[in-house]
Structures are given as structure tokens and as C-alpha cells.
Design a protein around this ligand. Sequence first.
Ligand code: HPA
Length: 249
Amino acid sequence: MSLGLIGGTGLNALPGLEVVASHAVDTPFGQPSMAIEEGVYAGHKLFFLHRHGGRAQPIPPHLVNYRANVWALRELGVTRILAANAVGAISAGMAPGKLVVPHQLIDYTWGREHSFDDGSSGELLHVDFTQPYDGVLRSEIISAAESAGVPHSDTAVLGVVQGPRLETAAEVQRFAADGCDLLGMTGMPEAALARELGIPYAAICMVVNAAAGVGAEPISMEAIRNTLLEETALFGALVGAFVRRQSEV
Ligand code: HPA
């Protein structure tokens, strides 16, 4: 089994990853966000891709080439994908600083290249997406978080919005009424594309702010940056525990 890690905001690089090779992969859908790093983390091989490009000028969520990213990981032999997403919290109990392993999502994005199906295969590609995240991968992440003592929540509905702007307070009320616990901008179409390719995929959300109108304070980019710094350490501990357990299962 070969693990691919897709980093999000705040995770330009995976601290502690010993990079052994860098793969510039071309795909039928164009270039991925960056050359994919092959490295060793906590003694285990993995592939790392930062979806915003890992550079000073980040690719915004609505312009990420999700198809090229997922395709390129598969080209490198990745058979499971763990994705990180920075998110805002709607529900109580999902305070900034917390890691959350969502179990469901609602897709509000639009205008993104959201399928590999261009109609040329002669077959209709209606993948089952009842459970958008892989159940086995989710439970392994949750067990790893428990064993590493990383504070986390193991159920949440992630609403994936188009961005790049944040929401109005009224929009957040509507997303709450829809059943969303969290809001992020990058969870889709990534999860569905992985499903189309048959690659088990799960997400780890890093809560960085209270969604618009939910918190007592206005949303502050500085507070988000500080929270991300703390969460990157937690995320690293969780991924470390996860990969160590891979050799045991
Ligand atoms: N809304 C949507 N996406 C986000 C947020 C938010 O509040 N915070 C981080 N990503």
C-alpha cells in the first residue's frame, strides 16, 4: 500500500519529511499543483503534494487542478490518500485548534472540473458516493489519533464552498440548517475524483476559525495563521502515528 498525503493551507511542507525524490508528473488533465515529493516520514515512505502549490504565491482553492493532482498521485502508485483541509467551524465542539475526521460532505462548489468522465469511455460513470470517505481509512486515522493522544472529533459534515471569499453570516446560517458542521473550500471535487479512480480517500480537517457570524470575534487572518502553526504539530503527530500503525495492520 502506498500513501499519498495532500496538504492544504498551512501545510506547505510536511515538517520532518525526508524528501528522497521529486516527481514532475504530466497528466492528460495538465500539471499537478507541484512536483510530488517522495519521502520518508516516521520511517515510512509516502508521497506529499501540497494542493496550493507549496509556494509563496498559492494556487487559490477554485483554481487548483484537482484532476491532475489525483491522477498524478495514482501515476506514482498511490493506493490511499489522506487529505488535509483547513476549515471554519459552525457546530459547537469544533473549536479552532481541533482536528476533525469528517464522515460526510455537502458539495456547494461550482465551475470546477469535477469528473474524469469526459463522455469518451462509452460508459456512464455513476460512482457510488453515499459514503464519500473510505470507512477503513477513517477508522485507522481515528485509532491513530486516539493512540497518539491527539484531540479530535470523529464525525462531522463538511460543507465544501467555492471561495475564495469567506461566507456571509446568513450563508453560514443556511449551511448550518443544511446540516454542515464545518466549512472548507478544497474537499471537493478531490474526494469524488479519488472515488472515480477507486482510491480510498479520507480527510483530516484542521479547524482554524469560527465560521462567519458564529464566533464572538471577527475572523482574523493572524489568528488563523497562529492556529495553523499549532495544528501542524498535531497533524504531524497524527500522521506519524498513522504511518507507524500501517506496518502493524
Ligand atoms: N469558510 C470556508 N472555508 C474556510 C473557512 C471558513 O470559515 N476557514 C478556512 N477555510
